[in-house]
Design a protein around this ligand. Structure first.
Ligand code: EPZ
Length: 424
């Protein structure tokens, strides 16, 4: 398994191009199931998760064709002319739990779906009860058999009024994709407001869907008989942008994030400003630099958008390990998202866990060490710590990293980092 070796202590200087968002690309790809004409997606990142989902879509009968592959990411066409198969098998779903996002589109287009339950992952049990309840609200019969969700709607889906008891990104996406072809009007309340959902809404509208309230917590949808093809560019990845903003901060550098959008950064830009960083919009994106002195300790609690994103919790904690003072980091979305903590402690960080909160006391500097990645965002937090640490850090199990960061070593090396992949 590949490892990444970093020799730390070099301030990052230069520019980093931000790729299309993984968490927008995945639902956008499943939306191709809703039409019998091609959906062309631009600005797709080259990530393992995208490849895995393309395999699953191919199993279902979606033809994907690469149209371009350049600086601005990949352009792929996804054409679900016919849906030959409605089963999403366990061996693919267990590799990428976002496969559950084929449930709504398959029910809406074909009236049947058999999707393996994704199972938990490193960061939590990740139930899908809200997805299933939403499908039942649209009139589908849903049962669990042999580790699979078996859902049927032989007479098609009917418009529903859904009030989510808890904010869920994936359940909102599945409900929206079901609603666009359901008979009549649907109202989805307490919907998640992540920018990736707004991006999906805009793409569905381009395909002919009738949606009001895109980007808000209330989505009103008038179902239509069919959707047509469209061309859509994937929104920039705010989590990748936040990760590299923190890379600039932790190394005392000065980096311009090309294609990043301040309006997508929600509470992240605010928090980084409080920590003493200069964040400025530029004509091409966002410039992040440490305006002298040490990073100041700030408290962080993860919340649904526009609050501080859980997908940047591990990264901000890495930044806080060398802050002036202390920082309380509270994870309120997932039940087990502190696996980066023992690895950061191995590098000399001072972190104490108290339930859903981690008390981080700033130390002067981190020391490089051999560490292990455990999940996607924990792995990048170890990269960030390695960039700042004295000496050499070697991170194992970096396949986690490849799921969510397109060209990470190249992007960081281009800004002066001493980082290389060791192929075993
Ligand atoms: C999406 O996961 C993202 N993944 C996650 O990013 C992200 O961390 C998460 O949203 C929160 O922002 C993709 O978009 C592919 P949720 P999702 O449903 O949809 C509970 C990354 O690193 N819940 O908003 O699975 C759930 O257990 C990944 O890129 C239920 O209880 O997240 C969690 O506690 C990690 N029942 C909370 O809701 C359900 O039916 C939020 O989960 C669904 C979720």
């Amino acid at each position: 398994m590949d490892r990444i070796r970093i020799r730390g202590g070099r301030p990052l200087k230069g520019t980093i191009a931000i790729s299309g968002a993984k968490n927008a690309a995945l639902p956008l790809m499943t939306a191709s199931l809703l039409a019998d004409e091609p959906l062309v997606l631009e600005h797709l990142p080259a990530l393992a998760d995208i490849t895995t989902l393309a395999h699953l879509l191919a199993l279902l009968g979606v033809e994907s064709t690469e149209i371009a592959n350049g600086e601005a990411g990949r352009t792929l066409s996804f054409h679900a002319r016919h849906i030959a198969e409605t089963t999403a098998p366990y061996d693919l779903v267990r590799k990428m739990r976002a496969s559950i996002l084929v449930l709504g589109p398959l029910l809406a287009r074909r009236g049947s779906a058999r999707v393996s339950l994704p199972g938990g992952c490193a960061i939590g049990t990740r139930p899908v009860d809200l997805h299933l309840k939403a499908m039942q609200a649209f009139g589908a019969e849903v049962e669990l058999a042999g580790g699979y969700v078996e859902a049927r709607a032989p007479r098609g889906l009917r418009g529903a009024h859904i009030v989510f008891p808890k904010i869920s990104v994936g359940a909102t996406e599945n409900a929206l994709m079901a609603a666009v072809l359901a008979r009549g009007e649907s109202l989805i309340e307490n919907a998640a407001r992540e920018p990736e959902i707004a991006d999906l809404g805009r793409c569905l509208a381009a395909m002919g869907a009738r949606i009001e309230g895109i980007g808000t917590e209330t989505l009103r949808v008038q179902g239509v008989d069919r959707l047509h093809g469209a061309r859509h560019s994937v929104v920039a990845d705010r989590i990748e942008a936040g990760s590299y903003a923190i890379a600039a901060a932790i190394t005392g550098g000065d980096v311009e994030l090309i294609g990043a959008r301040l309006d997508l950064m929600g509470a992240v830009a605010e928090m980084l400003g409080e920590a003493g960083l200069a964040i400025d919009e530029t004509p091409r994106g966002i410039r992040v630099r440490r305006a002298g002195g040490r990073v100041l300790g700030v408290d962080v609690m993860t919340e649904p958008f526009p609050g501080f994103p859980t997908d940047l919790q591990a990264q901000i904690m890495a930044l806080m390990t060398t802050c002036e003072g202390a920082s309380m980091v509270t994870e309120s979305i997932f039940e087990n998202r502190f696996m980066h903590v023992p690895e950061l402690v191995r590098m000399g960080a001072s972190i104490n866990l108290h339930g859903a909160s981690a008390m981080v006391r700033g130390v002067k500097t981190l020391k490089g060490a051999p560490v292990m990645a455990t999940d996607l965002r924990a792995s990048v937090s170890l990269v960030l710590a390695g960039l700042a640490a004295e000496g050499e850090t070697v991170i194992s199990r970096v396949y986690h990293l490849d799921r969510g960061y397109d060209g990470l070593e190249a992007k960081l090396s281009a800004c002066g980092a001493d980082i290389e992949r060791l192929r075993d």
